[in-house]
Design a protein around this ligand. Structure first.
Ligand code: A3P
Length: 261
């Protein structure tokens, strides 16, 4: 069970309420279950901003988080000056009714790869400090596979553009152009292409290494947010029992057009 102190609860409600009040009509929701590629997509949009407004200065994780913070109080405190692009609101929340009139991009990734990535993340964050096995992790109520299915179920029938991590890996140009098309953003092709290149895994990893001090206190030594950025690595982690647990959940939740069987 996840218990909150009164103060934590108050701060969560406050942050939420201010976040809702801070919404603007043109805001875009960028939603994903954790570890599905949200940072990659935000880097792309932030690199666009940098190329247009900041003379192409290098976007690091600190700049990224300040420019496109997580849904909540920081959004209200974040005046949006970049008029050629809508404000992007990152969230990992399940669908909430006040998202209903916003254009939404949902990023989906193979839940088995998500679990591997999240396991590594939750075991290395001092705040989560998960110290169980991988099999325990995927069965964990808060982080595990069931919460992945619940999250996606909540967004299932909502009007949105779904972007798949695997397709981004396969053809980032195609997918980022598709996103811009959906958002009705038109920019010179040369800028878009440059932002795509600047947002690729190796570049982001390099940026992370250069700004290691950022969030250092939150992580255990040796942790890298940009871990592998690969597709299909789950095969090295899932036992047969884990896989049958996974297939059981897929049958139970029966998501529309589910592609990760
Ligand atoms: P791995 O741990 O599998 O490497 P999120 O940003 O939603 O938390 O997702 C994090 C995952 O996306 C991590 O996966 C991370 O390495 C990967 N990632 C981050 N930037 C990426 C990029 N530019 N290209 C591909 N994958 C990226």
């Amino acid at each position: 069970m996840n218990y909150f102190s009164r103060q934590q609860l108050f701060s969560k409600i406050y942050s939420h309420a201010v976040g809702v009040l801070g919404f603007k009509n043109q805001d875009v929701i960028l939603t994903s279950f954790p570890k599905s590629g949200n940072t990659w997509v935000r880097f792309f949009f932030c690199n666009l901003i940098s190329l247009i407004y900041w003379d192409g200065k290098i976007v690091n994780f600190k700049i990224l988080d300040e420019t496109m913070p997580e849904f909540g109080v920081n959004n209200l405190l974040n005046p949006w000056k970049y008029t050629k692009l809508p404000r992007i609101i990152k969230t990992h929340k399940s669908y909430l009714p006040f998202f209903s009139d916003k254009k939404t991009i949902l990023i989906m990734r193979d839940p088995r790869d998500v679990m591997v990535s999240y396991y590594y993340f939750a075991s290395n964050k001092k705040t989560t400090n998960f110290d169980g096995s991988f099999s325990e992790f995927i069965r964990n109520k808060k982080f595990g596979l069931q919460s992945w299915f619940r999250y996606h179920k909540s967004w299932e029938h909502i009007n949105k553009e779904t972007i798949f991590y695997e397709e981004l890996k396969n053809n980032d140009k195609n997918e980022f152009f598709r996103m811009l098309n959906f958002l009705e953003i038109s920019l010179p092709e040369s800028i878009i292409s440059e932002a795509i290149i600047l947002s690729r895994f190796e570049k982001v990893k390099h940026n992370e290494e250069k700004t290691k001090h950022y969030k250092e206190k939150e992580n255990k030594e040796g942790f890298a947010f940009t871990r592998k950025g690969s597709v299909g690595d789950w095969i090295n982690y899932f036992s047969e029992q884990d896989l049958s647990y996974y297939h059981g959940l897929a049958d139970q939740y029966c998501l529309q057009n589910f592609r990760y069987s």
